[in-house]
Write a protein that binds this ligand. Structure first.
Ligand SMILES: Cc1ncc(COP(=O)(O)O)c(C=O)c1O
Length: 434
């Protein structure tokens, strides 16, 4: 079998990786390369090798690298005020909140909370659910020892902080940290009967459980392998939440801010049949590479659940991040990147389907969040091989390769990536777990 990783690391890259491993906790494994700079959809490593980036910092660098408008906005804001604390407001955060509420078509009275990451956005969402749960249980946090519950889905991923991890399905990453936050239960994704039963468990007299305060879900389960939920199921979740007084919280950390061909995935008819959520968490792509996230709470009643002191973070709404985000969403609007995500996504799926590589089975996703499923579980070897060909892709699971390029990607760059992927050898080594 050919060793496709031969000669992968040049001198400086290899030395840096040794040094990296010497001083960093080993939570991410060995870095693939040491990157130096980027421009548009391309990045260069410290040895000067060029890569077409179809991962975009895991669906983060939506307007590519070093977009002149983003660089100018961040530079200008850094020269004015980089941080203020929440004892003060700044104009970028106000303007950004207004824009996000507009993009989400949120009703009057809806509000935004800003934070610094996807996990934190979901922490805010879970606290919203807890506050709502108190209203369901009356003034006390629980009635007769029956606190309100939060339902999460199998295969869901919501982050690594302890609260978000409690709603994250994958046992391998959750189990070592148990016991986690109590009151969060999993139901099978796409199984409406399972959801109905979970809701019904609070109607069983004194042995029943507490009411369901919220259901939290991703419309496309990104980390599980870019798995879209069934639209009928999503519509039924909405109906059941409304009937039972529970909040429907949608985690759009990976799908939001244009990535799936609409500002938010919940706005896609083909994913939801047109529902309105009670809260939407977002992060990743919102600030084009600056760490930022947040929660949109829909409607005045839900928004009023948070009161002064009930949540917060030193960096929440940081003006540098807000300026980066304003530049990012401005570019998305002015360069018509939502339409581009839709069109280039279509092109990507069509070209992959027609490329004739026998290693590939199917391709699924929406907009520019896609995964190619494999006939043999060799995703990690494909990632290594693709790097040697100048392409960055991601092994989201052993039998699926995730493709999430910047939203600025051109038709030519899509074809270039597919022409590389078409040559993925059929004899790559299988992933170690297999
Ligand atoms: C759907 C979803 N939610 C939450 C997170 C956590 O975001 P972060 O890594 O910024 O904490 C992720 C990260 O991949 C995600 O995909």
């Amino acid at each position: 079998m050919t060793d496709y990783t031969q000669g992968a690391h040049d001198t400086r890259d290899a030395e840096d990786i040794d040094e990296y491993e010497h001083v960093h906790l080993n939570v991410f494994g060995t870095p693939l390369r040491v990157l130096d700079h980027g421009e548009g959809c391309r990045v260069w490593d410290v040895d000067g090798n060029e890569y077409l980036d179809f991962l975009a910092g895991i669906a983060v660098n939506s307007i590519g690298y070093a977009h002149p408008r983003w660089v100018a906005a961040v530079t200008e804001q850094a020269g004015k005020i980089a941080h203020s604390s929440n004892y003060f407001a700044t104009e970028p955060q106000i303007h950004l909140a207004e824009k996000l509420l507009k993009y989400a078509q949120a009703p009057e009275g809806s509000k935004v909370y800003f934070c610094n990451s996807g996990a934190e956005a979901n922490e805010a969402a879970l606290k919203l659910a807890k506050l709502h749960g108190r209203t369901l249980c009356g003034a006390l946090p629980s009635i007769g020892g029956r606190p309100a519950r939060i339902l999460a889905l199998t295969n869901g991923f919501h982050g690594r902080t302890l609260g978000a991890l409690s709603a994250t399905w994958k046992p391998a990453i959750r189990k070592p940290f148990e016991p986690l936050v109590p009151g969060i239960e999993f139901v099978d994704a796409n199984d409406i009967e399972a959801l109905r039963s979970a809701f019904a468990e609070n109607n069983q007299g004194k042995h029943g459980k507490g009411p369901v305060a919220a259901v939290i879900l991703e419309l496309i389960q990104g980390e599980a392998g870019v798995l879209p939920l069934q639209a009928d199921y999503v519509r039924d979740v909405r109906r059941m939440c409304t009937e039972n007084g529970a909040l429907m919280i949608i985690d759009e950390v990976q799908t939001g801010i244009g990535r799936t061909g609409s500002w938010f995935a919940f706005q896609r008819e083909d994913l939801t049949h047109g529902i309105i959520p009670d809260a939407v968490s977002f992060a990743k792509g919102v600030a084009g590479g600056f760490p930022m996230g947040g929660l949109i709470v829909f409607g005045a009643k839900n928004a009023a659940l948070f009161t002064p002191g009930s949540h917060g973070s030193t960096f929440a709404g940081n003006p540098l991040g807000a300026a980066a985000a304003l530049a990012t969403v401005g570019v998305i609007e002015d360069e018509h990147l939502i339409e581009n995500a839709e069109q280039r996504g279509e092109q990507l799926r069509t070209e992959i389907s027609n490329c004739g590589n026998p290693v590939f089975s199917t391709v699924r996703g929406r907009g520019l969040l896609n995964a190619v499923t494999l006939n043999r579980p060799c995703a990690h070897a494909i990632v290594e091989w693709a790097l040697t060909q100048g392409l960055i892709v991601n092994a989201v699971r052993p039998d699926a390769v995730r493709l999430a390029p910047p939203l600025i990607v051109s038709a030519e760059e899509i074809s270039e990536a597919v022409s590389i992927l078409a040559k993925v050898p059929a004899d790559l080594p299988l992933d170690p777990a297999n």
